[in-house]
Write a protein that binds this ligand. Structure first.
Ligand code: NDP
Length: 246
């Protein structure tokens, strides 16, 4: 089954974690996928080699989401490589946590640049060229609405921004047959938030199903939204959090 055959996707931050699982799933579903990474060239190359060996079409680009020109180029190069762009997954983000009074100006600017401006620029550049059936899928966070611990106000702010952006832009894209949604995962086991890390046990206790999410579970929701059946979902914040915020 290749429900995304003929489609072209761009996934930001696809070398590890959730982004890598999304890349794998979209390729398996038949899409040609370009993904960006910030520094992990070896991992990115290894992922491309693995997917290509299995008959998929994938390409990795180094592109810092905090760099406007790099983001713009990544969108252009996706279209050059595979001829079109149907699906944009805004996944790349950083999480620098600290009490607000200890947040340095540099951290503030970097978080806004990567988590917010990078998403806006990628989306603007991508939707210029999207045809009917296009999809923008943001990876926000349940922390935009529920933050049961201190130190994450800035991270929550950046993820809340994606929610508002999604609602607003849905009204511009709807008539063109393009959807935009904001997936809000709860704790998912990745380098950013390892289930075995210092906060793992505490967080697990707050999750209704008593475990961290698997990256493939989030990738499954992305695949649903990207596919034809997802066409009637737009402007939505979609919780996928094991009942963390229930
Ligand atoms: P990881 O830190 O494990 O992976 C981040 C990925 O993004 C890597 O591929 C990394 O590339 C890339 N990346 C980081 N910074 C940049 C940048 N400036 N430009 C381009 N790419 C970049 O994160 P997760 O997989 O955990 O998170 C993915 C998304 O899911 C994020 O938006 C995060 O906020 C969100 N999320 C995560 C949750 C969790 O519990 N894990 C919960 C809710 C939301 P490289 O390998 O080169 O460093």
């Amino acid at each position: 089954r290749t429900p995304l055959a003929g489609k072209v996707a761009l996934v930001t931050g696809g070398s590890r974690g959730l982004g890598a699982a999304i890349v794998e799933r979209l390729v398996r579903d038949g899409a040609a996928v370009v993904f960006t990474y910030a520094g992990a060239r070896d991992r990115a190359d290894a992922l491309v080699a693995e997917l290509t060996a299995a008959g998929g079409r994938a390409l990795a680009l180094e592109a810092d989401s905090g760099d406007v020109d790099a983001v713009r180029r990544a969108v252009a190069r996706t279209r050059e490589a595979f001829g079109r762009l149907d699906i944009l997954v805004n996944n790349a983000a950083i999480a620098r946590t600290a009490p607000l009074v200890d947040v340095a100006d540099d951290d503030l600017e970097r978080m806004l640049a990567v988590n917010v401006r990078g998403v806006v620029v990628a989306t603007r550049e991508a939707v210029r060229h999207m045809d009917r059936g296009g999809r923008v899928i943001n990876i926000g966070s349940i922390n935009s609405e529920y933050v049961p611990f201190p130190g994450a106000s800035l991270y929550a702010l950046t993820k809340g921004a994606l929610s508002g952006f999604t609602h607003g832009l849905a009204r511009e894209l709807g008539a063109r047959g393009i959807t935009i949604n904001n997936i809000q995962p709860g704790p998912v086991d990745t380098d950013m938030n390892p289930a075995g890390g210092p906060n793992g046990q505490y967080l697990t206790g707050l999750i209704a199903v008593q475990r961290f999410g698997h990256t493939r579970e989030i990738a499954g929701l992305v695949a649903y939204l990207a596919g034809e059946e997802g066409a009637y979902v737009t402007g939505a914040d979609l919780r996928i959090d094991g009942g963390f915020a229930a």
